[in-house]
Write a protein that binds this ligand. Structure first.
Ligand SMILES: N[C@@H](CCC(=O)N[C@@H](CS)C(=O)NCC(=O)O)C(=O)O
Length: 255
């Protein structure tokens, strides 16, 4: 009897404890990050969900997005990307594309990404609207307004107008809803960083009162404040007029 008990005790010692609850979250998610509207989406979601994470700054002005190690995680050579040590089946997973990361974290936590089909469809629609519309158009508006070597009037007008139209779409949607898809969700998190840079896109929030109210509401959330407060000193020192930086960021072709 006694030896049987000893054997059981020895076997129990050998067995690793099941990984559950907070223990499972002991290993933080790695966030490959640079402080830009696409990067902010994910730091906001991680902060909102209270998920432990570590920031891995990836200096896109120095070309760190092209290292083989990073390309294995993010084949599009863009931030953000995450590595979650506790992915599906308890195994590590890496995810790139900010929209896919938001959906992944929403499914993982069950937060800010409603499970009910109607609410999920609305959330997806606004998330894809951001990914395919607001993000790319606002990015081009900023590029032609701030970074293009010449002031191409046609390009500036085209992208500034399109962003203006998109802001109008949000403003109309928000006239009767607190948030884009009804309740606060990953769709709002995807958009807020772009609206934060409205001025650089040639937009005045005074023209969009409902959008401005939405922006102020989200910006006041403690998690959003924490996400915006993540400082990367090297990023503030980047000089977009430095020819080396411009060659890395603005002349990319297939490799
Ligand atoms: N569709 C991508 C876009 C990501 C993106 O454009 N990231 C920029 C920073 S906001 C980047 O990494 N740029 C690096 C480069 O241009 O090489 C996403 O949403 O994740």
């Amino acid at each position: 009897m006694r030896s049987q008990a000893r054997r059981r005790q020895a076997a129990a010692k050998k067995q690793k404890p099941p990984v559950v609850g907070s223990a499972r979250r002991a290993k933080p998610i790695e966030l490959y990050y640079w402080p830009t509207p696409n990067g902010w989406k994910i730091s906001i979601m991680l902060e909102e969900c209270g998920l432990p994470y570590v920031v891995r700054p990836l200096d896109i002005s120095k070309g760190e997005q092209f290292t083989p190690e990073f390309l294995a995680i993010s084949p599009n050579n863009r931030i953000p990307a995450i590595v979650d040590p506790a992915g599906p089946g308890g195994r590590k997973i890496s995810v790139f594309e900010s929209g896919a990361i938001l959906q992944y974290l929403g499914r993982k936590t069950g937060r800010f990404y409603p499970a009910g089909e109607r609410a999920r469809v609305a959330t997806d629609a606004w998330l894809f609207w951001q990914m395919g519309g607001l993000g790319p158009m606002a990015g081009q508006a900023i590029h032609f307004r701030r970074y293009a070597p010449d002031k191409f009037a046609y390009a500036i007008a085209r992208y500034t107008d399109e962003v203006n139209r998109l802001y109008g779409v949000m403003n109309t949607q928000l006239a009767e809803r607190r948030f884009l898809a009804g309740r606060y969700s990953i769709a709002d998190m995807a958009c807020v960083g772009w609206v934060r840079l409205a001025e650089r896109q040639g937009q005045d929030l005074a023209q969009f009162p409902h959008l401005r109210r939405w922006f102020k509401t989200i910006r006041a959330r403690p998690a959003v404040k924490r996400a915006f407060a993540v400082r990367i000193a090297a990023a503030s020192a980047v000089d977009a007029n430095d020819p080396k930086v411009r060659a890395i960021l603005f002349s990319q072709r297939a490799r």
